[in-house]
Structures are given as C-alpha cells and as structure tokens.
Design a protein around this ligand. Structure first.
Ligand code: SAM
Length: 204
C-alpha cells in the first residue's frame, strides 16, 4: 500500500512546505534540507521510531526522551500508559535497540518538560512530538518545544487526529491546528498512514 503511494507521488522536498507520504519520509526531508545537527523525539516507548530516524537521518545526534513512568488512568488514558514493569522493560528495550548508534543516540529518562528545560533555544534541527495525546498536553509540548527549533528547522509529531478510540483520547489535531493557526504556520499532514498520520511545520 505504501509502495503504491510512494511510487505514485513525487515528493518535492524543496518546496517551502512539502507534504510527506509517511513519517518514515521525515528523515529524508531533514537530510535534503541539511538539518543534520541535533534533533529530539519526545515520547519514545520502545524506541522504534528513534531507530527509524537514526537509520535514515544523517544527523549528528538524536535525543530520545520519555519518563517511562506509569500514571493513573484518570490522568492519562492511552494504550501507552502501561504498568510500571512494562515501562521498565520498554526502557531497557530502547537502550538495547539504540545502542548500535553509539554517540549519535542519547536516551533521557524524564518528561518532555524536564528535558526542554535543559535544552537552549533554537539549537535543534527538529523535534518530533509523540508523548501524551490530549489537547492540553499537546499544547504544553508545542509551547515548550517550538522555541528549541532553529529557524528553517522542523517541528513535527505523530497521531494527528481527534477523538476517543481504543488507543486513548486524542486531541492532537485540534491542538496542533489551533497552535499553528495562531502563529500563521501552515501544517502539513502525511497521507499514506491514516488514521495515525504525522504532521509537521517548518519554523520560520
Ligand atoms: C505513543 S508512545 C510513543 C511511541 C514512539 N514515538 C514510536 O513511534 O515508537 C507515547 C510515549 O509517550 C510517553 N510519555 C508520556 N508522558 C510523557 C511526557 N510527559 N514526556 C515525554 N514522554 C511521555 C509514554 O511513556 C509513551 O512511551
């Protein structure tokens, strides 16, 4: 299915706000634009997307951030909110999965907001947000991370949809749309991976 989409659509990475088929195309966009310094993934789980990024992106350093900490369901309704033993296992799995990338990979076991406090403004080439999916949390992440991305860099994230599903309660699309509309930033969504699309904006 994805191969059909990719062969039928020619992605023009040089347009100001390119549309990507799938989130696995994000590293190619970053490479084409010379965004090959430091980036971050916020919300990592088992490290699978960090691995995709590190395999295809030519960047120097990826920071993979997740507290791997269980929360009450009333606070965090999401399939990613697992028992603490499972979080501990996912953390170990992430360390093992990313070990082969050596110094290109750093894993920070802390929340996104704790991590953002340690990162200077405008020093990242990209940030990919995939932590909590409710409207308020996504807005907080956008607020915390947009200023970390350098002009010309990319702020992106997963699960660009709204609604209550078996996987949890999602307000990502409306949070991203409201946040970006208020700043005049055009949002681009992937098209080959519904319903779990990714979104991105180019930071002016
Ligand atoms: C959907 S999973 C991430 C999946 C991963 N990005 C991937 O594509 O393979 C969401 C993750 O966000 C983490 N998370 C929850 N609250 C967080 C926070 N405040 N900061 C960072 N990560 C958080 C959860 O522990 C969970 O592992």
């Amino acid at each position: 299915m994805r191969q059909v989409a990719m062969s039928a659509i020619r992605v023009t990475y040089s347009t100001p706000h390119p549309v990507l088929p799938h989130r696995s195309d994000l590293p190619l966009l970053l490479n084409r634009r010379g965004l090959v310094g430091c980036g971050a993934e916020v919300g990592v789980k088992r490290g699978e997307y960090s691995e995709v990024l590190l395999e295809s992106w030519n960047g120097r350093h990826l920071i993979s951030i997740d507290p791997w900490l269980s929360a009450p369901e009333t606070d965090y309704l999401d399939v990613a909110n697992v028992a603490q033993e499972t979080h501990d296992r996912y953390y170990e799995e992430t360390l093992n999965r990313l070990a082969r990338f050596g110094e290109r990979s750093t894993v920070w076991r802390m929340t996104g907001s704790e991590a953002a406090d340690r990162i200077p403004a405008h020093c990242l080439d990209f940030v990919y947000l995939d932590a909590r999916h409710d409207y308020v949390s996504v807005t907080q992440d956008l607020d915390a991370w947009i200023e970390k991305v350098r002009p010309g860099g990319i702020l992106a994230g997963h699960d660009y949809l709204d609604g209550t599903f078996a996987e949890g309660r999602f307000g990502v699309k409306s949070a991203v749309d409201d946040f970006c509309a208020a700043r005049g930033l055009p949002v681009r969504a992937t098209f080959a991976d519904p319903p779990w699309r990714s979104w991105h904006v180019v930071i002016p």
